[in-house]
Design a protein around this ligand. Structure first.
Ligand code: X8Z
Ligand code: ZN
Length: 450
């Protein structure tokens, strides 16, 4: 799509934010009042006090891990910027500045997987080695329900009980034609005593939604795993753990796994395995790219909640943080009354977002540790925990703890460490990082952060 078409879509999408601004500010006011009444120092203190350590220490932990991961993000940013600049021209994408937010293949620039073809395949002409899951789902006529069944089978292979009849009867899988629904995917613990667990999602037959289905089922199997505990413990070890379960399984959707379940041939799998950079690039455009995004979102909210950002500065502060953490900028000056955060579901929905930051990191810690415990000794991106008894047992035991122990102990039970760490993610992407360093050798990386 030409750049000017995407600008119109990008700008139009954000118009919905403008009328939300005053209502949002009122919601923050009420939220702060409620938090104070509960004995917290406002909403920021309330939100970040639920991680089994003082809020400031937890925020320091998130920053520490970002310091570990930033070099990987910077290298990817540098490569993507150069490729986009070659494709669109330097007048649209400068080789030294921020990335224009409308050209990243996603309304929020939170995953760049949709521009994979522009940043890797085109130049390296690797089209033949890539597994295109979207095409496979369509060619094999795998419908929305079958996509969920495939994900369910993955969990069953790890020793989980099959989903209940009511899950299949009462979930929403396909966008209804006769009414409006909230399509943002979600998973619901309606009544786990009678196993009434459901997902609500407008599934589209593509690779992205195949992952999101695993994500949502991760919530469902977590609900199921801790349903026997006293009510007070029926939660994730922390909210990041809840978001990480399905994402953990997504890392195991390897070419060999797809071959095992009959979606690709042995030849297609081995061709895909022969080009690890292609596989890792595709993963990184989602997994690595989401790290600064999931961090900056609540950085913005924290400043709004405390009043450090004044009502007149809401949008300016948003773009300052987008620039600082992600090296992304708006393609046009924003209107004075713009409220761009309002166009992201979790802002008006008031859903905390640091949980996704934690999940993006934890999923690699879980993956690396389970793969090691399974005795897998190849590169981490080739490891799949599918159908592995040891991995299944470890995962089920951790989920069954619910919130009965602090999250550090749940992490320790599964991985042997009590610390959040970016090391596992760095190990996973090591071959890509080496490749990026070579690609970037003659380029000027980085961007002006303020
Ligand atoms: O909102 C979600 C899930 C809902 S449980 C689909 N996610 C975040 C988003 O879409 O922005 C998953 C990744 C980040
Ligand atoms: Zn989720």
């Amino acid at each position: 799509m030409p750049a000017y078409t995407t600008i119109r879509a990008w700008v139009g999408w954000r118009n919905i934010g403008k009328p939300m601004k005053d209502m949002y500010l009122r919601m923050v006011e009420i939220g702060n009042q409620g938090a104070d009444d509960l004995g917290y120092d406002g909403l920021t203190d309330l939100w970040f006090s639920k991680y089994d350590m003082p809020a400031e220490d937890f925020l320091d932990e998130t920053d520490r891990v970002w310091d570990e991961l930033k070099p990987l993000y910077d290298a990817l940013h540098c490569h993507v910027r150069d490729e986009l600049s070659n494709f669109y021209g330097e007048n649209i994408v400068s080789k030294t500045g921020n990335l224009p937010a409308h050209l990243l293949g996603n309304m929020w620039g939170q995953s760049w997987a949709n521009i994979y073809d522009l940043v890797y395949m085109a130049e390296n002409n690797q089209s033949s080695s890539e597994i295109n899951l979207t095409n496979i789902l369509i060619e094999k006529e795998i419908d929305e329900i079958e996509m969920v069944k495939i994900a369910e089978k993955f969990f069953i292979s790890l020793g989980f009980e099959p989903l209940s009849d009511t899950f299949w009867e009462r979930s929403l899988f396909v966008k209804p034609q006769d009414r409006n629904v909230v399509c943002h995917a979600s998973a619901w613990d309606i009544d786990s005593d009678i196993n009434d667990l459901r997902i609500k999602m407008c599934i589209e037959r593509n690779a992205e939604d195949f992952s999101v289905i695993h994500h949502e089922l991760g919530h469902i199997f977590y609900y199921q795993a801790y349903s026997d505990l006293p009510d007070i413990f029926q939660r994730g070890a922390n909210d990041g753990f809840h978001e990480a379960v399905g994402d953990l399984l997504s890392l195991s959707i390897t070419p060999n796994y797809l071959q095992k379940i009959g979606l690709v041939t042995a030849e297609e799998a081995s061709r895909a395995n022969s080009d690890p950079i292609s596989l890792l690039m595709k993963q990184a455009l989602d997994g690595v790219v989401s790290v600064p995004w999931t961090l900056m979102l609540d950085k913005w909210r924290a400043k709004v909640f405390t009043g450090e950002t004044s009502p007149d500065d809401l949008n300016r502060s948003w773009w300052e943080l987008r620039k600082f953490y992600q090296g992304i900028e708006a393609p046009r000056d924003r209107d004075i009354d713009a409220f761009d955060p309002g166009a992201k579901y979790h802002i008006p929905g008031n859903t905390p977002y640091t949980r996704y930051y934690l999940a993006k990191i934890l999923q690699y810690q879980f993956h690396e540790s389970l793969c090691n415990q399974m005795g897998f000794d190849g590169p981490l991106h080739e490891c799949s925990i599918y159908d592995n008894e040891i991995a299944g047992e470890k995962l089920r035991a951790m989920l069954a703890l619910g919130q009965s122990k602090e999250w550090q102990s749940a992490l320790e039970a599964m991985t042997g460490t009590r610390e959040l760490s970016g090391k596992a993610m760095l190990n996973y992407y090591r071959p890509l990082m080496d490749w990026l360093d070579k690609q970037n050798a003659e380029r000027t990386c980085g961007w002006e952060e303020s």
